[in-house]
Design a binder for this molecule. Structure first.
Ligand code: 5GP
Ligand code: ZN
Length: 150
């Protein structure tokens, strides 16, 4: 298995681990964007979040929620930006799901999630809502995300 995050999860290569469970491992990013930059990684090798089984996804997000406060407090940050590069086109460099938790401070020079987008949206919001509800119905994933829209 050549995936670097699988190898970290299996203990084959070192990392600064901060938490581990049966389903998830969390460790410090080797090239931190800020002090306390943590990666939360499911042990299951899946490239994108939509590839995760529901139980894997639940365990992952539970870990993110559990870590967010302690990570922030450990480095006396004011908040955290939590994000996932989900797919190669988004800049994801390791094709194994990982959630970034990056501590933030007032006036730290970084922007909000909005600042990474040049804001290019051309379709009517209502039309896009219709398209997504149709895609959800087709996927019939079994996950009840609510009916949405009216
Ligand atoms: P991505 O761009 O795929 O969302 O983020 C991948 C992250 O993994 C990067 O922030 C990068 O610094 C981190 N990373 C890459 N290789 C290693 C490694 O071997 N160890 C650790 N701890 N982090 C890594
Ligand atoms: Zn992997």
């Amino acid at each position: 298995m050549s995936c670097i995050f699988c190898r970290i999860a299996n203990g084959e290569i070192p990392a600064e681990i901060v938490a581990r469970s049966e389903e998830v491992v969390a460790f410090l990013d080797v090239q931190p964007l800020a002090d306390g930059h943590v990666l939360v990684v499911p042990r299951a090798h899946q490239p994108c979040v939509e590839d995760l089984e529901p139980a894997q996804a639940e365990a992952l997000f539970r870990s993110v929620v559990r870590l967010a406060g302690p990570v922030r407090e450990a480095v006396h940050a004011a908040g955290t930006t939590i994000g996932v590069n989900n797919g190669e086109a988004t800049g994801q460099t390791i094709p194994h799901v990982h959630v970034h938790i990056v501590p933030r401070w007032q006036n730290d020079g970084a922007g909000s999630v909005h600042t990474i987008f040049p804001r290019k949206a051309y379709r009517e919001i209502k039309d896009v809502g219709t398209l997504i509800r149709a895609a959800l119905a087709e996927a019939s994933s079994g996950i009840d995300v609510g009916r949405g829209g009216d």
